[in-house]
Structures are given as structure tokens and as C-alpha cells.
Design a binder for this molecule. Structure first.
Ligand SMILES: C[S@@+](CC[C@H](N)C(=O)[O-])C[C@H]1O[C@@H](n2cnc3c(N)ncnc32)[C@H](O)[C@@H]1O
Length: 281
């Protein structure tokens, strides 16, 4: 069973259980191609990935550039970090990325590393921190003048299942509320442009990356399982904060497992994505 992590120094709701690691890997498989296409990496020499998780996307960014850039992944959780290093070794790609433990709100960079990165990226991280603006300011400080910041994150209001799945709306609302019980913003996606603007970046561009699917496609069940997985991972926070009863929660999850077998089921979901450049003084 996936359990949410809620010790005092951590606000990462999904935790690091094996089931959660599997979900995060699945999510990477489903999403990475679209993210990479939007990002259009070219000749970046130095890339910084904040909250690099299991490191799959970090390694992918390193691989797309034939000039083999220096890529640094910063991750707070030691288990995620260990797993990212193991995955890199298992793929014989340990040379591609340097992983370093540290907090996004206080980046563990050497003096000469500030103002030095061509690209600073964070995906699905701002929704897990209490001070997203502090993280974006740190990212901007790490970026070199003329370099680029890319932010990709959730806005949990942008989500629809159709036909409706009994009990799931209540489950989803409880999941959203579990974010603010931990002091995090479940709607941070809509703030990405504002956060870039406030950190002094310019030439801002925003878009959505579609993260939905429908019955009949080979990937549909995996998309549905990802949604079930994220909600299930927050069960302990939802129950502890009395956002829903345990029986109602379990009924909602069971209904979702039935729903995903419908031949007319559609899941509409979109990730918020924005990029901007650091002005050259
Ligand atoms: C949903 S995962 C996303 C991982 C990766 N960016 C991806 O898209 O696959 C969020 C990651 O951010 C990490 N994280 C959360 N808060 C952090 C912080 N304050 N500093 C650094 N990492 C953090 C978590 O431990 C987790 O590995």
C-alpha cells in the first residue's frame, strides 16, 4: 500500500513506497516524450533538474543533446536519490547525470555554479513545496543570463472523467484538500507565469501538455491507474484529516477500477507548462 509521507520536514504527499516508485516510473513513460518535444532542447551545455525524483527525465534531457551536456539533478529525498542512481547504473547511464542531495528552497550549489546553467527545469515539484516562489527564485539565480527556466506542474482543477464515475468527484476533492492541509498549493499550475514574472524572467510562454487518454488506446489503463495511484497514495492524509471516511474512500477507488473498464471512458487531464528567459543585463 502506498503511504503518504508527512513527517514535519517533508511535504511530499506521495511518499517513496515501491508502489509509488512504480507509479512515478509509469508516469515518466507516459509523459516524457511530450515534455521533451515541448522543451525543444538544442545546444544547452549545462542543465539543472530540480526535484529530479527517479531521474528518468533528467537522463533523457542529458541524452537528447549529442554534445553530452553537464546535467545536475537535485533531489531532497535520500531514497529517491538512491533509486535514481541505481536506475542510472542499471541502464549503464551513470555518466550522464550527477545527482546531488539538497533542497529546492536552498539549492546546494557551489559559488561558481550560480548564474551558470543554460536550462533550469522543475516538473511536479512546486505542488509539493510550501514556498514555490522561493524555489523559482533559487532556480532563476542558478540560471545564467540568457538561459531558460522551464516549469511544469499540476493544477488539480483541470481534470475530468466522463462518463462520471460514482464517488470519484468527492474523492478528487478530498485529494485536493489534502494538499492544502499539508500547506501546499493544489492549483500551483495556474501560477507558473506569475512565478516566472515575479522572479524577473522575461519572454514567457505557456501551454498545456495533454495528459489524458480514452478507452480503446493501449495506454488508457495506465493513465487511469496513475490517477488511482496518486489518490490512493494520499489515503492516510485524507483519513487523518477527516476529509473523507475510509469506507467512502475505498468505495470511490473500487468504482474507479470498474470505471476504467468502460468502453466509452475518457480521462481529460492537462499539465501546466511555462518557460521564460533570464534577461541579459
Ligand atoms: C512527483 S516527483 C517528480 C519527479 C521528477 N521531477 C519527475 O517529473 O519525474 C517530485 C519530486 O520532488 C522531490 N521534492 C519535493 N520537495 C522537494 C524539495 N523541497 N527539494 C528537492 N526535492 C523535492 C520529491 O522527493 C520527489 O522526488
Amino acid at each position: 500500500m502506498s503511504t503518504a509521507s508527512h513527517q514535519s520536514d517533508s511535504h511530499y504527499i506521495h511518499g517513496t513506497s515501491p508502489e509509488e516508485q512504480a507509479r512515478l516510473s509509469l508516469l515518466n513513460d507516459l509523459l516524457n516524450k511530450a515534455c521533451l518535444k515541448e522543451m525543444q532542447l538544442e545546444k544547452e551545455q549545462r542543465i539543472l533538474d530540480i526535484g529530479s525524483g527517479l531521474g528518468q527525465f533528467t537522463r533523457l534531457m542529458a541524452k537528447t543533446n549529442s554534445q553530452r551536456p553537464f546535467v545536475l539533478g537535485i533531489e531532497r529525498d535520500p531514497q529517491q536519490l538512491r533509486q535514481a542512481i541505481d536506475f542510472a547504473h542499471a541502464s549503464n547511464e551513470q555518466e550522464l547525470v550527477v545527482f546531488r542531495q539538497g533542497d529546492a528552497t536552498q539549492l546546494p550549489l557551489q559559488n561558481e555554479e550560480w548564474d551558470s546553467f543554460d536550462l533550469v527545469h522543475a516538473r511536479f515539484v512546486l505542488e509539493h513545496v510550501r514556498e514555490p516562489s522561493q524555489v523559482v527564485q533559487q532556480m532563476a539565480a542558478a540560471c545564467k543570463p540568457g538561459g531558460r527556466l522551464v516549469l511544469a506542474d499540476d493544477d488539480h482543477d483541470i481534470f475530468r472523467l466522463y462518463p462520471e464515475c460514482p464517488g470519484f468527484n468527492e474523492l478528487w476533492q478530498a485529494y485536493i484538500r489534502s494538499y492544502d492541509r499539508l500547506g501546499n498549493d493544489p492549483y500551483v499550475g495556474r501560477r507558473l507565469v506569475q512565478l516566472l514574472h515575479e522572479s524577473g524572467m522575461h519572454k514567457i510562454r505557456n501551454t498545456f501538455i495533454f495528459f489524458g487518454d480514452c478507452a480503446g488506446n493501449a495506454t488508457f489503463e495506465a493513465f487511469a491507474d496513475n490517477i488511482i495511484g496518486v489518490v490512493y497514495g494520499a489515503k492516510s492524509v485524507i483519513i487523518e484529516h477527516q476529509l473523507l471516511s475510509a469506507s467512502f474512500f475505498d468505495q470511490g477507488i473500487a468504482a474507479m477500477h470498474q470505471w476504467k473498464k468502460r468502453k466509452d471512458a475518457a480521462l481529460w487531464y492537462a499539465m501546466h507548462w511555462a518557460e521564460a528567459y533570464k534577461p541579459i543585463k
